[in-house]
Design a protein around this ligand. Structure first.
Ligand SMILES: C[S@@+](CC[C@H](N)C(=O)[O-])C[C@H]1O[C@@H](n2cnc3c(N)ncnc32)[C@H](O)[C@@H]1O
Length: 370
């Protein structure tokens, strides 16, 4: 039930990403040094401790907007479904129940801990489930290996961002509430840079650009300056305290919320990965198949919205004042709801982490409908 499709992405891709953000050639040299890695290792004993013997405080992640996801996905008996971010299997279980007795589910995740829990949780569904450790950016390859590429699938779900399991495990370094190493990688065994690598090596301007671009943090420059002044920074609490001395943040939010979001998005290349995933998901669908995306912030939701609209037009207009000639366009999808669906007040009261969730969904059109 648990497969492995885990091609290592060359670290040069990360370097290229930050080169693009920062427009600063020194990063090429800086990120290739092991200095900040040494800092994290010194702080935590040794590299690897972050995953072995980790205290998994939260176990199953509570899935958000399950009824809405099922409403859009419409799982059917004998259908084939992909959960591109299976996490600890909450949505997967709902899809399997709704497609009983013989619907099949292929679940992907980068996080080996989440997959282990999903495997345990979904064991009773037997061979209706296949779990693969992979990034959803390799969806086409995973489908090929599964033998599902040619026939296509009936539905794809992606529930973006991080799980409670990750947020509530201090050693993963996602939370400013608990102290832990500044890691933030969805794949803690991957060889990409950690958040500590970024805060301890990026030039000040590059850090400020990162915080502005991925956190929409208005105090980005002041925070970047403070970070550089306090280097080396080893832990989540150290970073949170440095940020809190510079900004009060939005009312009701911890001052470091945007800084942590920005670093997490950068470490995991979340926006770039989403852009790579969406066309593969559309190609994977059979006509009538549905793609459902749960986003948690406007940066990723904007990508989903614009992509869905371009597919629905069947044509990408150039930015004004260039003329848009979409006369011969062939729409590829039907947007199932013009605006995103939000969680109910009851759900947010029950599960406060659902409060920023929003769902968008499309249905793939048959070529003759287009
Ligand atoms: C919000 S959680 C999903 C929770 C899941 N729906 C459930 O019910 O338990 C998001 C998951 O996406 C995973 N993830 C993030 N980026 C990924 C990527 N590029 N490829 C595959 N999984 C990814 C994370 O490791 C995390 O487990």
């Amino acid at each position: 039930m648990l497969g492995e499709h885990h091609p290592r992405q060359p670290s040069s891709c990360f370097i290229a990403l930050f080169y693009e953000i920062c427009l600063h050639p020194t990063i090429l040299v800086r990120l290739s040094t092991s200095r900040s890695r040494d800092i994290v290792e010194a702080a935590m004993g040794q590299r690897g401790q972050a995953t072995s013997g980790m205290s998994v405080q939260a176990r199953y992640h509570e899935p958000v907007m399950v009824d809405t996801v099922l409403h859009f996905l419409q799982p059917q008996d004998r259908g084939r479904y992909v959960d591109a971010t299976v996490g600890t299997g909450g949505h997967a279980r709902a899809i399997l129940d709704a497609s009983a007795p013989s619907g099949q589910l292929l679940g992907l995740d980068l996080d080996p801990q989440a997959l282990a829990l999903a495997r345990e949780r979904l064991a009773s569904y037997g061979d209706r489930v296949t779990l693969v450790r992979s990034s959803y950016t390799h969806l086409t390859d995973v489908l090929r290996a599964q033998g599902w590429l040619t026939s296509g699938v009936d539905g794809v779900l992606a529930d973006l961002g991080l799980s409670s399991l990750q947020l509530d495990t201090p050693e993963r370094g996602f939370s400013f509430r608990e102290d832990g190493p500044l890691d933030m990688r969805f794949d803690p065994e991957g060889d990409g840079p950690t958040a500590a690598d970024l805060v301890n090596t990026l030039p000040e301007k590059a850090l400020a650009d990162l915080l502005w671009r991925y956190g929409e943090e208005r105090r980005a420059r002041a925070i970047a300056r403070a970070i550089v002044r306090h280097r080396p920074i080893h832990t989540t609490h150290e970073l949170a305290q440095i940020v809190a001395r510079v900004t009060r943040g939005a009312p009701g939010r911890h001052p470091a919320t945007r800084t942590f979001q920005a670093l997490r998005i950068a470490v995991n290349r979340e926006l770039e990965n989403l852009e790579r995933f969406l066309p593969q998901a559309l190609d994977a669908l059979r006509p009538g198949g549905r793609l459902v995306i749960i986003a948690f912030h406007s940066l990723e939701d904007r990508i989903v919205k614009h992509t869905f609209r371009a597919w629905a037009r069947g044509c990408e207009c150039p930015p004004p004042p260039l003329p848009c000639d979409c006369a011969d366009a062939h729409p590829r999808v039907r947007i199932l709801k013009p605006f995103p669906a939000w969680p109910s007040d009851d759900e947010v009261a029950r599960n406060p982490r659902a409060r920023s969730a929003r769902v968008r969904a499309v249905e793939k059109l048959a070529p003759e409908e287009a």
